[in-house]
Design a protein around this ligand. Structure first.
Ligand code: NAP
Ligand code: MG
Length: 491
């Protein structure tokens, strides 16, 4: 029987995605977890603990130790002992074996770590599964490869480890920031004390268990969970030889002050307010996808997020129209749903900061656009947002929002684009979309940013150095350059 015209609908189909939730049964989180010092989980000296929560549900995920007075000292002493008794003098090819083992275990347990990362931090499972974990494992593989070739990395030099590295990381990429810091430190023969962020301690503690599984000698890797004061005691500890910090420019300044006058080596990876430039000859549809990835990846909790869009005036209307249409299709919600594009905001504090800056955008005269979307009732959420009519003096054009909020400005000439792009105290990253290769090179020469992507955005590879200029910090992580800050005798 053929369909009669009355039964055939020509209305647009409503392509709603069926829920596809990742199971959490693979993850088991101990109710109490200590500091990881010298191969053991130990309570903080004063017995303090705090609860880690899931930002998507506000649900309790277990207690972790809250490091206080004397705990940094215990961890640094354990790292020093491990350094002097075996790690420093272990041949590079032996150290490499541990790093390879860690990398392989991370691959084997990637799904479990991805789910844990998503539960503790709120990022979409498709990102933790397809980006954070594979890239973290890749960093361990990459630096494992260098561990026995340090003299070839910097020929004609006499590379030696520094000693104990005190490493402090933020909450936006907890595993990846751990990998960026721990892999080169261990490859170069240093031992480590790591201070994860208050809101995302769980994958670092699970990673500590993984290093045990890999047979890493006790004390080579230590974890100090706790708050900012624990980070401050760690970086100021007199027996720490190298400080590696990723976080805000404000805390970066405090750390600079704390270590001034000491012979500690330091790298600071700080904030950003990247310009993402769309020239009129850009492939517009691809550029729109690049813009979306540039600002909404990880809810915009990305230091190198393309948060300042600079569009050439002649194509601004079409780019903005297409962007709005694309925003309407983004799925915000349960980070454990494999369809989710934007997960939860990492903490109530971060949500407040985003809300305050967004309110300043509206009150300073910019025009806000947010698609209609149903946000979950519990947890911390913010819809994808863009601002037009933004001027350079607006706070939303100057300050890092660290959320899913895009500020759009326009320009007429390439010179004006460069001038506006560089009009920021930061200098971490930038993006350029154009079909002309010569223009990419012309712009890359003039943009004051550590990383410049062309016709793409947010591409990361362990072989490629990453780092900033100006108030985005100094030093490079990744690539051969990423070994330099962990070695003496190379320059
Ligand atoms: P944050 O407040 O600076 O915190 C970063 C880390 O430092 C956390 O572990 C924090 O502990 C700790 N900390 C706080 N006060 C400290 C002190 N006085 N001394 C030593 N450590 C201290 O930054 P965040 O809010 O977590 O992260 C967001 C920032 O990180 C953004 O500005 C972003 O751009 C930047 N970031 C930069 C990069 C890069 O590669 N350039 C990458 C990712 C993120 P608590 O969490 O316990 O307070
Ligand atoms: Mg948490």
């Amino acid at each position: 029987m053929s369909d009669s015209p009355a039964t055939v609908s020509h209305a647009p189909l409503d392509w709603a995605y069926a829920e596809s939730k990742e199971s959490t049964s693979i993850v088991s989180i101990p109710e109490e977890q200590g500091l990881y010092i010298g191969g053991d989980f130990l309570p903080a000296a004063n017995g303090a603990t705090y609860a880690s929560v899931n930002p998507a549900t506000e649900g309790h995920l277990g207690h972790v130790a809250e490091a206080g007075e004397g705990d940094a000292d215990r961890a640094v002493s354990a790292a020093r002992a491990a350094y002097e008794t075996y790690w420093r003098d272990m041949p590079g090819k032996e150290r490499a074996k541990y790093l390879y083992r860690i990398a392989r275990l991370l691959q084997e347990r990637a799904r479990e770590f991805a789910v844990l990362e998503t539960m503790d931090g709120g990022k979409p499972i498709k990102e933790s599964r397809d980006f954070d974990l594979p890239t973290s494992a890749a960093h361990f593989f990459y630096y494992a490869g260098w561990a026995d070739k340090l003299e070839y990395a910097f020929p004609g030099t006499d590379p030696r480890p520094l000693g104990v590295a005190g490493q402090v990381i933020p909450w936006n990429f907890p595993m990846l920031m751990l990998a960026w810091k721990v892999a080169p430190a261990l490859a170069a023969g240093n031992t480590v004390v790591l201070k994860p962020s208050t809101t995302t301690p769980l994958t670092a503690l699970e990673f500590a268990r993984l290093t045990r599984e890999a047979g890493l000698p006790d004390g080579v890797f230590n974890v100090l969970t706790g708050h900012g004061d624990a980070g401050a005691s760690l970086v100021a500890h007199p027996d720490v030889n190298k400080v590696a910090f990723t976080g805000s420019t404000g805390v970066g300044r405090l750390i600079q002050r704390a270590i001034a006058g000491t012979d500690k080596k330091a790298t600071l990876e700080l904030g950003g307010k990247a310009a993402h430039i769309i020239m009129e000859d850009a492939p517009i549809d691809q550029a729109v996808e690049g813009i979306v990835n540039g600002i909404f990846f990880n809810q915009g909790h990305v230091c190198c997020a393309g948060s300042r869009l600079l569009v050439q005036e002649s194509v601004a209307d079409v780019v903005i129209d297409k962007l709005k249409a694309r925003l309407d299709t983004l799925r915000v919600g349960d980070p454990l749903d494999k369809n989710t594009d934007l997960g939860a905001i990492n903490s109530a504090d971060q949500l407040e900061k985003i809300q305050e800056l967004v309110a300043s955008g509206t009150s300073e005269g910019a025009e806000i656009y947010q698609p209609e979307c149903q946000l979950p009732e519990r947890g911390w959420w913010f819809p994808p947002t863009l601002f037009t009519e933004v001027s350079q003096s607006h706070r939303i054009a100057q300050e890092e929002i660290f959320g899913p909020v895009l500020s759009i400005l326009t320009f007429r000439t390439p010179d004006e684009a460069i001038e506006k792009a560089n009009n920021t105290p930061y200098g971490l990253s930038a993006g350029v979309w154009t079909t002309k290769g010569s223009r990419i090179l012309w712009m890359a020469d003039r943009l004051k940013a550590g990383v410049i992507w062309s016709n793409t955005y947010n591409q990361f590879d362990p072989t490629s150095p990453f780092g900033g200029y100006k108030e985005s910090g100094f030093g490079r992580e990744g690539g051969r350059h990423g070994l330099l800050p962990y070695m003496a005798g190379v320059v």
